[in-house]
Write a protein of this length. Sequence first.
Length: 272
Amino acid sequence: MKKILALVLAFAFIFSFAACTKEPTVSNAHAKKELVMATNAAFPPYEYKEGDSFKGIDIEIAEAIAEKLGMTLVIKDVEFGTIIGGVKTGKFDIGMAGMTVTEDRKVNVNFSKPYATGIQVVIVKEDCKYKSYEEFWSKFDEKGNPAEVAKGIKIGVQQDTTGDIYASDTLDNWGFTADNVICYKTGAEAVQALMTNKVMAVIIDNEPAKSFVKANKGLKIMDAAYTEEEYAIAVSKENTELLEKINKALDELTADGTIKKIIDKYIPAEEK
Ligand code: ARG
């Protein structure tokens, strides 16, 4: 009997001790859920870094959406080509990166309603002798032997973007073939390669192109006849509830003028 009492006391002692030393826990019941957004923040004015903070159209629209959803926005700056895969597997809740809706991407993720548009343009050195993309491209093919002619014509792109897809396409589709394309991790790196003559041109979305041309002396934009692309938010195919909430938030933010205000802040009307 004494033994049992001793055992009971010992247990009571251990438990009371455990209770005392337990970390004080803060109730998580009221903490906001996180909305994890994957982006690639070298794509001004849609997303870029200023010191440690993220800036840009996508960042502000995502913040407005998170607020409507009662969630806290968490931004992950990753390689562009890993965004779709990460959204698909649930590593990220959303992908928002000036991301064009394409049929290939739609196989892996769902897209929200589009919130902006873009076109692909070609950045070249100011002294580039070709007036248009068509002229530039036709020189490439002038001897009917593209690989030969192309030796001096390398095109820089950001890997896995629509610019990469167009540039790497076959000649029949107005591309330059993959052999003549150099892929960089960011658009900014592709532009640096142009500045240092490692490539002759960079194919990229028009708004980042304007930002890069503004920030680097001696560059200009050549219009190209690419079709308009729509930018939307990628969400996992499994998370249809989140997709619906995002679409509703986008509708409301469009109706009350918030989205227009954000876009106008980064892309002044006279530059559109
Ligand atoms: N619109 C292009 C695409 O979807 C380029 C996007 C690149 N975005 C970025 N944040 N780096 O392929």
